[in-house]
Structure formats: structure tokens, C-alpha cells
Design a protein around this ligand. Structure first.
Ligand code: GUN
Ligand code: FE
Length: 431
């Protein structure tokens, strides 16, 4: 039960922002061998004739680059079909496009169909793990877990809790959301590679009673995740202040109800106050950075340097359908531009680290996935350096590894993903 692949390899050991010498953040092997046994990494080493004798090469992928699979730390699977919907910012966009679409997921057959599309789209884009929003309907979460389970994919998901400020057809109640979430935890959490995330949509769509019950659930199941949205849009922040005047600010709402912590992932976190940056850090809470969404919905520019300086873990996220691409490469390309506008640079090493090991760390799954350390689950992808004429022309001009990788990050997308492996098994192949 052993697979041996020969190719070029790149993976990360450290956060490039946290060490003196960036060269020590990654390992690149131009001609290497990866040995997978029982779905786990057994060995990654330079290719030599001698080693090839002990481990006969089963797949020769010379000319391709193998990396750990990408990890998407915030995405809404039911919004796949409204990606790129015109003209609105967050609150209007929710009313106009999002809520009517999410209504359809009360129908399990429909949820199954979109869940299947969604998982396939992740794999095509080289994404092997994700933290996923369902809708308010428990069936929507069954659908996406069932689909992930078919290929033993590492997936974290949860049912949206939402008991006010949305159309009636999408509302639960504080009690029903607690009961349904609890039943889903019992059914799915730690079942194989699946884990559960308690999912209050965002403060404006939950009553204090619902947030209190979400916090109660987290206290009862401390090993589960919490996922929600935070400080994405200025109108949203003002709205939270008017709904929770007794709280100090947006983050304090979550903090008050016991929803911050080292397994709490807050999407966006763009317009934080200094006090909120400090609380995020103190509570070891996590940020999901959603570049394409923040640009598309006109939400603002995320300050990655500030997060790094506050020692806050940041994962990379597409936030489809507010985001405009399933591709981690496209997402990094937009992240680079967001940081440029703030006088910050995103090195390709920091970018690719964020998409793999960094996101794994942000989801506390770095002991399982994120690089090719011995014993980790073998979730990985093979990439073509150049998938278009333009990429080919640019690669010919590339000066060194860093420059080649940078061109791949800026110009690449799902056309560069040649194959995707989950737990050592091929689950997608472009050819
Ligand atoms: N805030 C509350 N719900 C949503 C959502 O579905 N997408 C985004 N981007 N922000 C939200
Ligand atoms: Fe979102």
C-alpha cells in the first residue's frame, strides 16, 4: 500500500514572517521522491538511483511541482451559484442574492447536487481541506459532510444559526438552532476526518439568546470550532453597535458570549480597533483573510502586517460567493495587491505558506496536514508551472525559483492544477 512519486517538491516548515532567514521557511527539492504509505507521508527526499531501488518510482511527474493541498479557511458552499453577482456591498448583497439562494437548501436533493459540485470544484482548484458554511438547514450540512466523507476529505462545516434580521423562510430559533447544531455535532464531529464548527452567521442575525446558546454549545463541546464573520463592512459594524449597545464593540459581542478562542475563526476582521486587535491576540482567535471577497464587495483592505505583529494566526480564504474565485492562487494574487495598496509586500513564500501550513495552523490541523512532515496525512497537489501561452512566456523569463513561484502565484489558477490527492488517493486529474 505504497505510492512513490518523483517530481519537484515545495513545502513549508515555518512562517516566513517569523524567522530571520526566509530560506529557512521552506524546503524545495528540484528532483525528489515522495513516499506515501497507508495515506500518510512516509518519506520526502532527494532522488538518487539508490533510493529509487528501495522505493521503485510508481509515478514519474518530473516537470511538475508537488505541494501540500491548499486549505480554504472560509467558504460558503451554498453560495457557489451566486458567485460574481453584480452591484451591491455586503448588506444589500445578502438581501438581494444570498438569502434567496440559501432558501433552496431546505431541499436535500438540491443540497446534495450543489455539495457534489462544490467538493469537485475544490478538488479541481487544488483545495484539499476547507472550513465551510452550510445554510440554516441541517440537511445542508449533512449533504456537504456526506460528499466529503465519500473521499475521506478533511472538512470542517456547520449549520448557520440565524434567528433574526433575515427573511422568515431562513430563520431558526435560539432553541432549535442549539438542538440542531448539537445533533449535528453528535452525528459528525470527529467522524473520520470530519469536524464540526458552531456557526452563528454574524452578530446582526442572532439574538442575544441565540449567541448565549452558541456559547453554551461551545462550552459543552470545547473541541469543536466556532466560525463567523467580524468587522467586514462599515455599515455592518454600525448595525452591530445599534443592536448591542451594551457591548464595547463588534468583537466584544462574540467575546461576551464565549465565542472567541483558539478554535474560533473570524472571517474578514478588516476594521478592527486597537483594542480588538489586542483581544484577538489575547484570546488566540484566528482570522480568515478573504482577499477577493473584500475587493469584490468593496469591504476594505485587510492589514496582514498588523495581524503578524500581534501574533494572530491568519488563514487564507476564498469566501465564495462573496469571493470571486475558488482558486487559492487567484486569491493570493489579489492578496498581493491588497497589501501593495497599504505599502506592504506579500512574498511568494509567505503567500504559499499561508495557503498551506499557515492555514493548517490557523485551523489547528497542522499536526495532521499542511506540509510533508513524516506521518502527516497525504493531501497534496501537482501543478504545471505554466498552463497558458502567457504563463509559458513569463516562465522562460523567470530568473530563479522565487521568481517562477511568484509568476505562478500571480497568474495561476485551476488550469495549473494537474492532479489532486486526498489521504494518498488520486481524487482529481486534469488529463
Ligand atoms: N456576513 C454575514 N453573512 C455573510 C456572507 O454570507 N458572506 C459574507 N462575505 N459576509 C457575511
Ligand atoms: Fe463569508
Amino acid at each position: 500500500n505504497c505510492t512513490v512519486i518523483r517530481a519537484s517538491f515545495l513545502h513549508f516548515i515555518n512562517d516566513p514572517a517569523k524567522i530571520e532567514n526566509i530560506e529557512e521557511s521552506y524546503q524545495y527539492i528540484a528532483d525528489g521522491l515522495l513516499v506515501i504509505e497507508d495515506g500518510k507521508v512516509k518519506l520526502l527526499t532527494d532522488f538518487t538511483e539508490e533510493k529509487a531501488e528501495s522505493y521503485p518510482v510508481i509515478e514519474d511527474k518530473r516537470g511538475q511541482l508537488i505541494m501540500p493541498g491548499f486549505i480554504d479557511t472560509h467558504i460558503h458552499y451554498p453560495q457557489s451559484e451566486i458567485i460574481a453577482s453584480y452591484g451591491e456591498q455586503l448588506l444589500e448583497w445578502l438581501e438581494t442574492y444570498t438569502f434567496p439562494t440559501e432558501k433552496q437548501f431546505s431541499d436535500k436533493d438540491y443540497a446534495d447536487e450543489i455539495a457534489q459540485f462544490f467538493i469537485n470544484e475544490l478538488l479541481k482548484n487544488g483545495t484539499t481541506s476547507a472550513l465551510v458554511f452550510g445554510t440554516v438547514h441541517p440537511e445542508s450540512v449533512d449533504a456537504v459532510f456526506e460528499e466529503a466523507q465519500k473521499i475521506d476529505m478533511r472538512l470542517i462545516a456547520g449549520k448557520v444559526m440565524m434567528d433574526r434580521n433575515a427573511p422568515d423562510y431562513l430563520l431558526d430559533t435560539a432553541q432549535s438552532s442549539y438542538d440542531q447544531s448539537k445533533a449535528l455535532i453528535e452525528k459528525w464531529h470527529n467522524k473520520g476526518r470530519l469536524q464540526y464548527a458552531i456557526t452563528p452567521r454574524f452578530a446582526p442575525t442572532s439574538t442575544p439568546e441565540q449567541l448565549a446558546l452558541a456559547g453554551k454549545l461551545k462550552a459543552e463541546y470545547p473541541d469543536t470550532y466556532v466560525q463567523t464573520h467580524l468587522s467586514e463592512n462599515k455599515d455592518e459594524i454600525a448595525w452591530v453597535k445599534s443592536l448591542f449597545p451594551e457591548r464595547e464593540g463588534y468583537l466584544d459581542v462574540y467575546q461576551h458570549y464565549g465565542l472567541t478562542g483558539d478554535k474560533s475563526i473570524f472571517a474578514h476582521s478588516i476594521h478592527l480597533t486597537d483594542k480588538e486587535w489586542a483581544s484577538m491576540s489575547e484570546t488566540k482567535s484566528v482570522i480568515a483573510f478573504c482577499p477577493t471577497s473584500n475587493l469584490f464587495l468593496g469591504s476594505g483592505l485587510f492589514n496582514l502586517e498588523k495581524a503578524d505583529n500581534n501574533d494572530i494566526r491568519v488563514g487564507l480564504a476564498t469566501d465564495v460567493g462573496g469571493g470571486t474565485s475558488f482558486s487559492a492562487l487567484q486569491t493570493l494574487s489579489e492578496a498581493y495587491k491588497i497589501l501593495q495598496l497599504q505599502g506592504q509586500n506579500l512574498s511568494v513564500f509567505k503567500g504559499l505558506y499561508m495557503a498551506t501550513l499557515g492555514s493548517a495552523e490557523s485551523l489547528s490541523i497542522d499536526h495532521k496536514v499542511g506540509n510533508f512532515a513524516v506521518g502527516k496525512e497525504a493531501d497534496f497537489i501537482s501543478l504545471n508551472w505554466a498552463a497558458t501561452d502567457l504563463q509559458q512566456l513569463r516562465m522562460k523569463n523567470a530568473k530563479n525559483l522565487q521568481d517562477k513561484l511568484f509568476a505562478l502565484m500571480m497568474l495561476g489558477d485551476e488550469r495549473n492544477i494537474q492532479s489532486t490527492y486526498v489521504a494518498g488517493k488520486l481524487v482529481y486529474s486534469a488529463a
